[in-house]
Every structure is written in structure tokens, then in C-alpha cells.
Ligand binder design. Sequence first.
Ligand code: SF4
Length: 446
Amino acid sequence: MYIKLIQPKMQKRPMDTDIKIHMAPPLGLLTIVNLLRDDHKVSLENENIQPICYDDHPDLVGISVTVDTLPRAIHIARRFRNQGIKVVAGGIHITTASHTIPKNCFDALCIGAAEGTWPQIIRDMQNGTLKPCYRCHKPLRSEEIVSPAYDFLRPSEYLYCNVVHTSRGCPFRCDFCYNSGNDQPYVNRRIADVIRDIHAVRSKHIMFIDDNFAGNPKWTKQFLRAIIPLHIKWNAAVSINAAFDTELLDLMKQSGCQGLFIGFESIHPDSIRRVHKVQNHTHQYEKAIKAIHDRGIMINASFVFGLDGDTKDTFQDTLDWIVKHKIETVTSHILTPYPGTALYDRMLREHRILTHDLSRYNTAHVVFKPANMTPKELYHGYLQLYEQIYSLKNIARRLPDTLAQWPAYLMFNLLYRKYGAFTDFLCKRISYQRIGIWGEALSRYI
Ligand code: SF4
């Protein structure tokens, strides 16, 4: 069979340039490529970087769907289905909110891990018995997790192809997160499999792109010991509790950790409490930051605005806190109740959903009624905070104490955040891959 896999075009946020959509390849679809390519012809089209071809007559189309790309995915599916081609939809939104997907948009829904669903989809497709829904019933075992087909990529189209995952899921269930809407347990891969992927991406700088790289500290410590001899630099996302495990932090430093992405979400305890982010205790934030900074590791702090404890003052309070603690990079979002999550269910119950236009559910629009401000105040506060964090004055005030961190710090703050449009201009003329390689080389001086 000929199977075409599609990543629909994502919605950029007001502050994003095309760098955002060229950042990294779709690992989920590359995993499906590896599952199928021994027995079938497979193509992958990422609409963020190339137009979709509707004229090559695949036998089956698979579309990966996030909440904000659902409308686009439905449009793409319609064009193929009009030609009599079967379309399967999968991905995080389908897995979390399959019950909300309008009927008759796709021929089949794929719920859960590709490893537990696609083999059966293919068998049924070949037998002419494709069913409307495929669900991965059993929790995935480590040895069942398939590597992405890294060799299938055209690296020049992406800033970073050095993305590797070590796990699936997260042990926590924060109300606003996709993980609150699924019951799959957290699972780590086999250490040898991850190391094979690290070699496959051919880079000395690895981005681990797990929901939670340290979801099982015992496994993470074993893994970190195993990668010390590789002499790589790496970045990862962890939950804040990782910052209170001294042995874990020391091993992170020893194994080349350069930066940690952490969901602080809010500096207000009431806001945290209302979304059941049980591992976050705001009175411990300073201690966590100090433990990480003491080891020369930078922090990318993620914040969510519009939580029920937030007021108009939250933006200024948060900015002051970020500058005071010299947080190196910040990612901010407007609270977005994704269908299928605990937050969405609560917002629905409280009649606070303002729009069901899912293309606006990309954390850069206000789609619900905030508790203590107007939607307009929330939107403007969010935009203004971003401007202020990345003002030249505040970039200078947040400069890390360690001189060796300045290249990576300035590169991210100036070339990606502040002057991203100029960097994107260079990427388009030179290549995303080459600019990414130069960036990596610069960061290795740390
Ligand atoms: S810790 Fe992060 S990844 Fe895990 S459930 Fe919470 S928001 Fe999601």
C-alpha cells in the first residue's frame, strides 16, 4: 500500500515567526513511518514547510491532529475523501477528545499510541474492514516503543533535528494539560534505545522533548549515568520536583544539562491550587531556582495566564519575579481549556467557554471567561508581558551570573525572541538547518 502521513499547518502566535514552525520535525509521524516502511511505501508531508500534494493517489492518509489544527485537518481529509481515499486521524487531540470529534470527518480515529493501533489499522485496511475507531488498550511497554525514522527527514527544512524522546506521558495530571484527559501510565524507553537515537541524530547537542524527562527519577538517574561518557549537551522539560533531588541535579550537570524547561505556571498559590498542579509549591520556587542556577543550568520557565487566582496585577508581579530571579528564558501562554481535559469539563460546567472555534485554541487567544479580568485585559496583559520580558533593558537585567552562559542566553533572547524576524530572514536565505548548527556550535562553548 501507499500511505501518506500529514502534519497540518499550525497556527502561529502573534510573537512567532516561521522559525517556530520549522523548529523540529513531527516525531509522532516519524514513528509511524518506522512502523510501516518495511512493508509499505510511505510519504510524510508537513504542511508547515511544504504544500500538501493531493494528486498522488495514496491508498490511505494518516493525519496528526492537535486541537488547533483540527479544522484544517478536517478540510484536508475532505479533499482526500472526495477522491475515495480513506483517512485516519490520530495524535494528541484525537487521543484526548475523541468523543468531541464531529462524526463523518474521518474514516477512522486512532486513539493512543501508534505502536498499539497502526498495525491493526493496516491489517483491516488491507482486508477492506477498516473500523471507525482504533484504541490502544494496553499500556505500552518500554520495548514496544518505536524510534522515529530520523533518516527519513530532509534536515535542511528544520532548525533542529536533534530531538529525542525518552518517555511517553507524565505521572502528573494538571487540569489544563492533555495528560489530565488520558489514563495512560508514564513509561520510559529502554536506555539502549534512547542512546541509539542519540547516535542517529548525529549531534552533540540533544533536545529531549518529553512531557516530563524526570517523571521517574530512578530511571532518569540511570540514564544520566549512561550518557555521561557521550559528552553531549542537552536540554529537557521536567516537573519542578526534579529541582529538589540533589543527586538528580548533580547527575544532570555532570551529563551535560544546559537548560531545563519547567512549568512554574503561576507565582500565585491560589492559581496553582485551582488547576491541581500538585507538585508546584510557590513558596519553594526560589529554592528550586537556586538549586538549578547553582549548577550552571539555565531555566526556561513556562507561565500560564488567566488562571482563576490571576488578576490584572499578575502580569507585573510575574515580570518583576522573572527579572528578580534572572530567569533566562520564558514561555508564556493564555490558559486554554483543551477539550477532553479536566479544565475544559469545569469551564463547560461553569458556562465559561466563549468560543468553540478550535483554531483559536492555541494558547494565544482568550477562549474562556477569566475569573478576575476581562478577556481583553487578559489578552493585552499577555502580549505586554512578552514585550517587556524581551525588552533590551530586561534582557540585560536577566543576564546570567555565569559569563559562559551568555552566548546561549543572548542567542535565545536576541536571535530567537527579540529579533526572530531577522533570524528567520537569514534561515530562509541560508537554511534552517545551517542556522541551527551554528547555534548549537555557539552553545557548545558553554
Ligand atoms: S507536569 Fe507538565 S506534562 Fe505533566 S501533567 Fe502537568 S503540565 Fe502536563
